[in-house]
Design a protein. Structure first.
Length: 120
């Protein structure tokens, strides 16, 4: 089986997206902007992890599109659209978890899931 992280620009299945979810998700309710090229859209981040985010956005986006999530609290984060269901969109961050962790700092405690964290 190929590693879904090998090509971050290739669309991945929802099953692969679930497998990539190796970090703790935190529910948030943060206003943000999503940029795609020169276009900018208002959105709301509803959950966040070191690997990605779930946002609510009125605009449809295609799976595999590269976007930038802009949070006033954190700054810009490059991401790929991995799924969309009505107005909920799943983003996978392009940068590695360490870079995202450094960006987020202590604003939101996020960590990788360890075997003990899964069983807790």
């Amino acid at each position: 089986m190929s590693d879904p992280l090998e090509s971050r620009t290739a669309p991945i299945s929802e099953e692969d997206a679930a497998a990539l979810r190796r970090t703790v998700r935190k529910r948030v309710l943060w206003a943000a902007k999503l940029t795609r090229g020169a276009k900018r859209f208002d959105c709301v981040v509803v959950d966040l992890s070191l690997g990605g985010a779930r946002i609510h956005l009125a605009q449809p986006l295609a799976k595999g599109e590269m976007v930038t999530l802009v949070l006033d609290r954190l700054g810009p984060i490059r991401a790929e659209v991995v799924w969309q269901e009505e107005q909920s969109i799943g983003l996978h961050f392009v940068d590695d978890a360490k870079t995202i962790s450094d960006l987020i700092g202590n604003r939101l405690p996020l960590a990788a899931i360890t075997p003990t964290a899964k069983s807790a």
